[in-house]
Design a protein. Structure first.
Length: 201
């Protein structure tokens, strides 16, 4: 994908003189790739799916670059495209899963289940805690906290008022703190229980 952008930029820069707006767009798009990859991985939780989402985002951005308004934040505009692409893919996969479910219902379900200990270990990871937040709250926290967008730009990405975005970020931080406290409490109880059981022998 980076090669595609470089090739496209080079083909636009044959003439001498100052860079054209299109060349600037391709350069800025190239610089935004790390942020797009980061946001895509938060959305998909899968490296391969994230790469596919970034590629889809770039293709859509190049096709719609005439719609980008100079003087606005390119990263916010790209995140809007990426977010819309992600939810389109999610709806498509959901429909595919519904079709597959009819087949799976006729198969014997697996009895395997993750152990309680492995679940508790996973909860201690901040990344796992983030994924316990509701989708809208997690998304808001990633955009404002992780991607360092302003509340206004993040609100434009999600097509909501800035006040709504501020409220979502506030609730996300509060819920994340609660989850962390619960995780710490569970870990402490487990440690005390293990110590007590060891002392009884």
């Amino acid at each position: 994908m980076k090669d595609l952008l470089l090739t496209t930029s080079a083909s636009d820069g044959h003439s001498s003189g100052p860079p054209s707006p299109k060349t600037d767009f391709h350069r800025d798009l190239l610089q935004a790739l790390p942020d797009l990859r980061g946001f895509a991985r938060f959305l998909t939780r899968d490296v391969s799916a994230a790469d596919d989402l970034v590629q889809d985002t770039i293709v859509r951005a190049l096709a719609s670059q005439n719609q980008f308004q100079q003087g606005t934040v390119l990263k916010a505009w790209l995140f809007t495209i990426q977010r819309n692409a992600f939810y389109e893919q999610t709806r498509r996969r959901s429909r595919e899963q519904e079709i597959m479910l009819d087949i799976e219902l006729d198969m014997q379900p697996s009895t395997a289940a993750p152990s309680r200990q492995s679940a508790r270990d996973a909860v201690q990871d901040l990344g796992e805690l983030l994924w316990k937040l509701p989708d809208l709250l997690r998304e808001a926290l990633i955009l404002v906290g992780g991607q360092e967008l302003s509340y206004e730009d993040a609100a434009r990405v999600c097509d909501v008022p800035a006040g709504t975005m501020k409220a979502r970020v506030s609730r996300a931080r509060a819920q994340l703190a609660e989850l962390a406290a619960i995780s710490s409490s569970i870990s402490g109880e487990d440690a005390e229980k293990t110590s007590a059981e060891s002392g009884s022998f």
